[in-house]
Design a protein around this ligand. Structure first.
Ligand SMILES: N[C@@H](CCC(=O)N[C@@H](CS)C(=O)NCC(=O)O)C(=O)O
Length: 284
């Protein structure tokens, strides 16, 4: 018994040293990760969800859309999201998924064995699903409902980077006239009505989920699920829509519940104190 205690006592400093060394090496291997952007951008929310899903510690660096130079001047551009890892930075949200997989291989966003199928569906997400989110802005936020939406978006931006009152008032017009939105308009089929485009894209999404459990029939979430999910819940959680309309489709509703299990309760980057409704309530 005595020997045991003595042995234990003599090994205690060694164990403490081993613990200390492992803490030091963890701290050393910790990367500095920053995500620059405003959370009203679907592309910023997408990269945000990549980081949340992987469990990577990161700092959200809010960018003021009317003064982007203050934060992302180092890129010589105005486009968000910008992901920075240990001082190196990249634009383009889909490229972020591949970069994150290289730096943090656990929980791959694009498992190599599925890369081809993922690239194909990601193309639909970028050029159809995400593009269509900007359709109301392209059509001009002219009716009162659309203007309320625009004002709420301005309030959400203001929660992080306060905008002057006049700017908030004019936000729906600013958004509609933004050059990048005008450029998107050129890639849209404006002959299809908003309602019919929304319905068609919703059905296409349900087809991509199919039997699931995740988009493309994959067993684990990938960059595809994380690109779509935050867009479908954002409006409901933050006061842009009263009901979670995406959950009207049973396939999409159960998929939303499955993806939600892999993310924090607020996966959108918008400050918690701006949240109006809980996703749990809509999915239960
Ligand atoms: N293909 C890019 C699109 C990013 C994008 O369009 N970002 C918009 C915000 S939603 C933006 O930064 N617009 C301002 C600008 O381009 O000057 C991506 O996937 O990251």
């Amino acid at each position: 018994m005595k020997t045991n205690i003595r042995e234990q006592l003599s090994s205690a400093p060694k164990m403490a040293l081993v613990g200390l060394v492992s803490v030091i090496s963890k701290v050393r291997s910790m990367k500095s990760v920053k995500l620059y952007g405003y959370a009203t951008s679907p592309f910023v929310r997408k990269t945000g969800c990549f980081l949340y899903y992987k469990g990577v510690n990161f700092t959200h660096m809010p960018v003021n859309p009317i003064a982007p130079d203050e934060t992302i001047g180092f890129t010589n551009g105005t486009q968000v999201p910008v992901l920075e890892i240990d001082g190196e930075w990249k634009r383009e949200s889909s490229d972020h998924a591949h970069w994150l997989d290289q730096v943090f291989p656990e929980k791959p966003l694009c498992p190599p064995e599925h890369a081809e199928k993922i690239a194909e569906i990601d193309d639909w997400i970028s050029h159809t699903f995400l593009l269509n989110i900007f359709r109301p802005a392209v059509d001009g936020m002219v009716d009162l409902k659309a203007r309320f939406r625009g004002w709420r978006l301005a309030a959400l931006v203001s929660a992080h980077t306060p905008l002057p009152e006049e700017v908030r008032h004019m936000w729906p017009d600013f958004v509609s006239k933004a050059p990048f939105i005008q450029a998107m308009a050129e890639r849209m089929d404006l002959s299809e009505s908003i309602e019919s485009a929304q319905l068609r894209i919703g059905l296409e999404l349900a087809a991509h989920i199919g039997e699931g459990p995740f988009i493309g029939g994959f067993e684990q979430p990938t960059m595809l699920d994380l690109a779509v999910f935050p867009q479908l819940v954002f409006g409901f959680m933050f006061g842009l829509e009263a009901r979670l309309s995406a959950a009207d489709h049973p396939v999409i509703k159960s998929w939303l519940a499955r993806v939600a299990e892999h993310l924090p309760p607020n996966p959108t980057l918008i400050a918690d104190w701006m949240q109006i409704q809980n996703l749990e309530d809509a999915l239960s």
